[in-house]
Each structure stands twice: as C-alpha cells, then as structure tokens.
Design a binder for this molecule. Structure first.
Ligand code: ARG
Length: 272
C-alpha cells in the first residue's frame, strides 16, 4: 500500500515538472537523423504512432553512467546506443529527451516521448502505468558508504540517513523499509554522492553500475559486498501503444540474439 502511494506521489510530481518544462536546465533533446527515407516505417506497414513522425524519441535521465551520461554536449551510454540501434532497425531517426528520472513515465504515457529507456527497473507499480519490453540488462541496488563506516550490511541501515535519486527503486525500497524520515532525495545520483562525501548523509543506495563509476571517481568511498535488491531493466511504453512496443521488442530481440546488445554493454562495463 505504501509503495502504491509513493508511486502515485511521484506521478504527481512528474506531472507538475512536465508542466513547468521538464525541470529546467537539464531538459534537452538530442536528435540523430539516420539519413533514411522517413516514411520507411509506414512503408513496412508499421501501425504505431510516434511523438514526432519518422523519429523514435527516447525519454531518459542522462545522469546515470554508464547507461546514459553526457560526454561534452552528447548523451552517450548503453541505453543511448541500444536505443539508436533499435531506431536504425526500424528505419527511424533517433532523438533523446533528457529529463528528471521521475518525469519519464509521465512523458511516455502522455505520448510526449515514445519510449522510456533509463536503466529503468520493471516494478509492479510502474507496470500499472506503462508496458515494459523484454529485459535487456540487469542491475542491483548497491550501498555506497565512506571507508570506515559502521554500515556493513543492509541490516545496518536502520537509523541512518540514506541518500537516493528521487523516484528510483532505491528511493522506493528504502522508503518502504526505513521510513520517510530516513530519506534524503536528490535529483541526480551525483548530488547524492556529493552529500555523502560532505558527510551530510551516511550512505547512498543506487544501481551497481553507476555506483562503480562513482566509487572510481571519488576517493574514500566503497560499495558494500551485500547488495540490497536485484532488478531487471526494460524499456517503458504507453499502455495504448502496444504496436510500438511490439515493433521495438522485435528489433530488441534481434539485437540481443545477434550479440549487439552484449557488445554495447561490454564496451561500457568492463568485467573485473
Ligand atoms: N534502476 C533504477 C530505477 O529504475 C534507477 C534508474 C535511474 N536511471 C537514470 N537514468 N537516472 O528506479
């Protein structure tokens, strides 16, 4: 019940952010023309609708390395490349619309963007508002603490100040388990990490792949060996756009089967 009301709250917040223009300075769109005939999708008999004709628009939050992040002006990462490969297969141009993480589901369900791809975890609450593609990657909610912290496992989180990116599963799970008062919510994971290095909070709960990047980039932080929760990442679609979901799922299925998705993941995440 609690999870449901939090999901509803984040939907409301997301709605108000869209009205005010997607949360200000980081709302940005990046487009790549594939140089193909724009009516290609129509020619192949596709019956899905798109926010912009001939373009597959992906809603994301580009502060989540290695899935999506800025390299200079450009948004790169696993989702950016897999999304582009899907658009290529469908004969569509590709655009990325960067927004707050908790605006993505509203952007997709209202048709402002065609798909939400943001290292987004499939959860029963989200499934009430969007349909998900097949899984293309997995994640784990990890706990980052300063070296020397007395937090050694998830059981030690009780009574601690927990930092999360607003609206993520780390936020939802920890709020459920440790209560509202334990939570410090940030619009970006980087802001949570900054607060941790400044001693304002005791830990950050975030997906393992960005956690790894943060710990590499910041002295004095470590990831606990015990993970908090395991998850599946998938692409979100509006409930009424099943034709687009089916087309993307077919393209994604081929990209998984021929090894393209794995090679993109391997390019950004080096096993060690
Ligand atoms: N996997 C987590 C979730 O779905 C976090 C995703 C955050 N993604 C991002 N692009 N900021 O809630």
């Amino acid at each position: 019940m609690k999870k449901f009301s939090i999901a509803m709250l984040s939907m409301l917040l997301a709605g108000s952010m869209l009205l005010t223009g997607c949360g200000g300075n980081n709302a940005q769109t990046q487009t790549t023309d594939n140089g193909q005939d724009e009516s290609n999708a129509a020619q192949t008999g596709a019956d899905y609708k798109l926010a912009v004709d001939g373009t597959l628009t992906m809603a994301t939050n580009a502060f989540f390395e290695p899935y999506e992040y800025y390299e200079g002006e450009e948004i790169v990462g696993i989702d950016a490349e897999v999304g582009k490969a899907i658009a290529d297969k469908l004969g569509l141009s590709f655009a990325i619309s960067d927004m707050e993480f908790d605006s993505i589901i509203t952007a997709v369900s209202s048709g402002k963007a065609d798909m939400g791809m943001a290292g987004m975890t499939v959860t029963p609450d989200r499934e009430k508002n969007v349909n998900f593609s097949q899984t293309y990657a997995t994640g784990v909610q990890s706990i980052i603490v300063p070296e020397g912290s007395d937090i050694a496992s998830p059981d030690d989180l009780a009574g601690k100040k927990i930092g999360v990116q607003q609206g993520t599963t780390g936020d939802l799970y920890c709020t459920d388990d440790f209560g509202e008062d334990a939570m410090s919510r940030y619009s970006k994971g980087t802001d949570a990490i900054m607060a941790l290095t400044q001693g304002k909070i005791d830990c950050v709960v975030i997906d393992n792949a960005p956690a790894q990047k943060y710990v590499e980039a910041n002295e004095g932080l470590k990831i606990l060996d015990t993970a908090y929760a395991e998850e599946d990442y998938a692409i979100a679609f509006a409930k009424d756009n099943t034709a687009l979901k089916d087309a993307v799922d077919a393209a994604l299925g081929e990209l998984i089967a021929d090894g393209t998705v794995q090679s993109i993941i391997d390019k950004y995440i080096t096993a060690d």
